[in-house]
Design a protein around this ligand. Structure first.
Ligand code: SAM
Length: 280
């Protein structure tokens, strides 16, 4: 990412989540009405008037991945909160609206949003401009993960390093160099025992999903945000274990279909899910 340029892939993800609210079946996989408020009225109208533009198999495949990763992370966070976790950190949070639309169960959380300074500035202004405010339990940490040290940056926040946290890392790793990804994993693995991290990663393998991935990657690269790191499941598991995590569990396609896609005709369940949960 360029130092002076806000991430356009972050904006792209929020448009995808808004499209999901506007044209897909009810109930949505991810209930995110705030994402629609982040779009200009004419953009919303255009989506509503031309839904077919968003119903190509490629658009549906990408939308399915983007809403699934957020829904999965929020479900894992909910479960973590029920088991006593009180801290949530989102790495490369982008326009994630969760902090602005916190359900009742999240109100006791400390929420830390980490993103590249250039992107985070624009995002905070964008939310403000749309009249969306954040509750007091949300803290923003501007950090370029390529150059900054995640653990030291978190140590300067209200996060209690001796207490476990749930970390979300959704659609971010691909934009980081492999050595940076390793430093990020090591930093998270150095946090308290019972810390968990939800990871959405870019695939290495060929096949239908990789075709979707390739064209998403090409479009991101054309916008100055090339994909630098991809994983297959075995590599990612090994890398996480090498970095100090004790356990890694991938969301299987059957489990994803059972939990989130039963009876749906709008979005396809992914053939290969690119999500996992790693525990310290
Ligand atoms: C595709 S967006 C995903 C945003 C969000 N996690 C979501 O699911 O919508 C990628 C995010 O990674 C962030 N990012 C990319 N490179 C980064 C870096 N070097 N340091 C911090 N954040 C970075 C971008 O600013 C952007 O918000």
């Amino acid at each position: 990412m360029r130092d002076d340029q806000s991430s356009t892939t972050a904006l792209g993800a929020t448009i995808i989540r808004a499209v999901h609210q506007l044209i897909d079946e009810v109930p949505p996989i991810l209930e995110d009405p705030v994402s629609v408020r982040l779009l200009r009225e004419d953009v919303v109208r255009q989506i509503q008037e031309r839904p077919e533009d968003h119903r190509t198999s490629q658009a549906k495949g990408l939308r399915s991945h983007v809403v699934l990763r957020s829904r999965y992370a929020e479900d894992e966070l909910h479960q973590a909160v029920e088991s006593g976790i009180t801290q949530f950190v989102s790495l490369g949070a982008g326009y994630d609206t969760f902090p602005a639309r916190q359900p009742e169960w999240a109100r006791g959380l400390k929420i830390i949003e980490v993103d590249h300074p250039a992107t985070q500035r624009v995002i905070i202004e964008h939310f403000k401009g749309a009249g969306i405010s954040f509750p007091n339990n949300v803290e923003f940490v501007p950090l370029d993960l390529e150059v900054g040290d995640l653990r030291s940056a978190l140590a300067k926040t209200s996060l209690e390093l001796l207490k476990p946290a749930l970390i979300a890392c959704l659609g971010v790793l691909a934009y980081l160099r492999p050595e940076t990804v390793r430093r990020v994993f090591q930093a998270v693995a150095s946090l308290s025992n019972s810390t968990k991290m939800v990871v959405a990663f870019a695939p290495r393998e060929k096949g239908t999903e990789a075709r979707v991935g390739m064209s998403t990657a090409e479009s991101a690269a054309a916008r100055g945000e090339p994909w630098l790191t991809r994983f297959d499941q075995m590599d990612l598991r090994q890398e996480l274990l090498n970095c100090g995590f004790s356990e890694v569990a991938f969301l299987s396609k059957d489990e994803a279909a059972r939990r989130y896609y039963q009876g749906r005709r709008d979005l396809p369940a992914p053939r290969k899910v690119r999500l996992c949960m790693a525990a310290v």
